[in-house]
Design a binder for this molecule. Sequence first.
Ligand SMILES: C[S@@+](CC[C@H](N)C(=O)[O-])C[C@H]1O[C@@H](n2cnc3c(N)ncnc32)[C@H](O)[C@@H]1O
Ligand code: SF4
Length: 400
Amino acid sequence: MRTIPILPAGRAGAGEGTRLSLLPPLALYVHVPWCVRKCPYCDFNSHAAEGEVPEAAYLAALAADLEQALPLVWGRKVVSVFIGGGTPSLLSAAALDALLAMLRSYLPLLPEAEITLEANPGTAEAGRFADYAKSGVNRISLGIQSFDDGCLHALGRIHDARAARSAVEMAQRAVARVNLDLMTALPGQTRDMLASDVRTALGFGTEHLSLYHLTLEPNTVFAKFPPAGLPDEDEAAAMHDMVVDMAGAAGLEHYEVSAYARQGARCLHNVNYWEFGDYLGIGPGAHGKLSFPDRIVRQARLRNPQSWMAQAVQRDGSHLAEDREVAADELPFEFMLNALRLRDGVPASYFPDRTGLSLAAIASALADATRRGLLDPDPGRLKPSPLGWRFLNDLQALFL
Ligand SMILES: C[S@@+](CC[C@H](N)C(=O)[O-])C[C@H]1O[C@@H](n2cnc3c(N)ncnc32)[C@H](O)[C@@H]1O
Ligand code: SF4
């Protein structure tokens, strides 16, 4: 992706810490916090909607949130938008249209910007998906999880396999780009069952798959009452290898830890995160990372939807739970944690360009990782070796 020059090369910005002569691409994340029901494994900032989603209040708060953030991104173009959740497909077509019109009125979205909307198959409607596309959504990400009724039931999903299949067809009719989320290592799931899920997903000619190993997250129902029949570690690893082979045979490249895509179909929004690009996050609990010539800032909004809505419209910054400059010594690990998730890594020049630090800051960790065979020896890239990709936690930990 392009990088926007902001200062002549070599000239430092104001301030003591970071010095950036370039700003990375800027993406926008919009969080929609409501779901039909809370899934027992989910630790996202998502809440069962009690009655109707308060669309008018949500849109007003979102506009107030964005207005307050505008001075931080003034003049910068937005390369991608991701409307995530929660379940954004709970929004009516009119609300989604108003949301995108509001974004466009405040921010210069590139004409070719990728605009993704996350959808739960239990909320899919052909007419609404078509309307979302008319408003500008050009990519739909469907939370399929499985095409097996037993697995969907064990996960407490609101939809069955038939609804999952018809949601894929509706999404593919509405937009050219569709991602399917599948979960693996599910209660009672065998390798054959997972193979059948992946075959079904690939059978739709899908261009992008996201595969997530079920994790028991703290403070979820599953953490308190773990489901029976979870595959053991060896079986889960065998499942993972099988999925990589199946996706590869179908022409989908395993380009990031959890992501598989046909050529040209990578999720540009997520790639920007992994390449340590900038992102503004609006909506309850949304996180952001924004660069300036002299600093890098992290922000987080209040998580509770009601509190965020009430505070955002005060227009006094009280909707922010966190707003702080990232210390220079935090940057190497944050950068490498992201970059090494990409199988091909990133150009080495991204490190100085996007952290403001010299590569000397990580020289000894790079040498150590290369010596252990975990990092590709190419000095032009920061890229895991096949061994480092397999033992990614060990590789990332070297940069702590
Ligand atoms: C925000 S949800 C996607 C959209 C929508 N909320 C839905 O569930 O259909 C993002 C994805 O994260 C994955 N996910 C959520 N909790 C997980 C967990 N505990 N373990 C593994 N994957 C998880 C699921 O695949 C889910 O589709
Ligand atoms: S629908 Fe998606 S975001 Fe909502 S609770 Fe379930 S997994 Fe979480």
